[in-house]
Design a protein around this ligand. Structure first.
Ligand code: SF4
Length: 212
C-alpha cells in the first residue's frame, strides 16, 4: 500500500471518530495499568464490569495489597486467567510501592520490568496515559494491517515496527485506537462488514465485498 492511500485511510478514520478513546474505563494511570493487565485475552466489557466494583474499594497499589490475593481474586474471578493476573498484579503493586513511590513509571524499560507487563501493555500505557507515539498491536490491528496491506508483517513486532514507520506524526497518537476500533467492529475476523466500511475504496483486501 502506498503512502497516499495510508494517509487517506487514516484521514477517513479520523473524520469518523475525531477523538477516539480506549473502551477501558479508568480514572488514573494506575487504574489504566491494572485494566490493561486484566484485559489480556478478555473483553474490555468484562474488565470494566470487574474494575467498576474493584476500583470503588481499591484503586491504589496500597489498597490492592490490603485486599490481598484472595480478596483481589473475588473481584476479578469472572475474567480469564484471573489466578495468574491476580498474582502479577499483587507483585506489580509491591514493586510500584518499593521502587516508584506508588507512581506508574513512564518509560518502557520500567513498565516492562513490572510482573505481567509485556510490550503490548507497556505500549498501551505509554500511548494512552503518557501520550507517547507507541503502537500496541493486538489481534485486531494485526489482522487489519495484513488483510488490507496497510502494514503487512509476519509477526506482531514486525507489524508494530512497520506501523510506527509508515504512520505520519499527525496521526500516530490516535492511530492505535482508530485501527483497533475498525478491526473490532467493521473489519471483523469473520464476515467483515465491507458494506459499512468507510475505507472500502482504499482497502486492498482481494476478497472485499460490498454486500458482505
Ligand atoms: S472493505 Fe472490508 S476488508 Fe476492507 S477494510 Fe473494510 S471491512 Fe475490512
Amino acid at each position: 500500500m502506498n503512502k497516499d492511500k495510508r494517509i487517506k485511510i487514516l484521514s477517513l478514520l479520523r473524520d469518523e471518530n475525531p477523538t477516539p478513546e480506549t473502551e477501558l474505563v479508568y480514572g488514573s494511570t494506575f487504574e489504566l495499568l491494572i485494566a490493561v493487565m486484566l484485559s489480556a485475552q478478555a473483553t474490555d466489557v468484562s474488565v470494566n464490569k470487574a474494575t467498576t466494583k474493584l476500583y470503588k474499594i481499591a484503586n491504589s497499589p496500597e489498597a490492592i495489597l490490603n485486599l490481598g490475593g484472595k480478596g483481589l481474586k473475588n473481584y476479578i474471578k469472572t475474567i480469564g486467567l484471573f489466578n495468574t493476573k491476580a498474582a502479577n498484579i499483587i507483585k506489580t503493586c509491591e514493586l510500584l510501592i518499593k521502587e516508584h513511590d506508588s507512581v506508574v513509571p513512564d518509560t518502557r524499560p520500567e513498565l516492562e520490568a513490572l510482573p505481567g507487563v509485556g510490550r503490548k501493555t507497556a505500549n498501551v500505557v505509554l500511548n494512552t496515559a503518557f501520550g507517547q507515539p507507541t503502537m500496541a498491536v493486538d489481534t485486531h490491528i494485526f489482522r487489519l494491517s495484513n488483510r488490507i496491506r496497510f502494514a503487512p508483517g509476519k509477526t506482531v513486532r514486525q507489524v508494530e515496527d512497520k506501523l510506527i514507520k509508515v504512520i505520519p506524526d499527525e496521526f500516530i497518537l490516535d492511530a492505535h485506537h482508530w485501527l483497533i476500533l475498525h478491526g473490532r467492529y467493521i473489519c471483523t475476523a469473520r464476515n467483515p462488514k465491507c458494506g459499512a466500511c468507510v475505507i472500502y475504496d482504499l482497502c486492498e483486501f482481494k476478497q472485499k465485498k460490498r454486500d458482505l
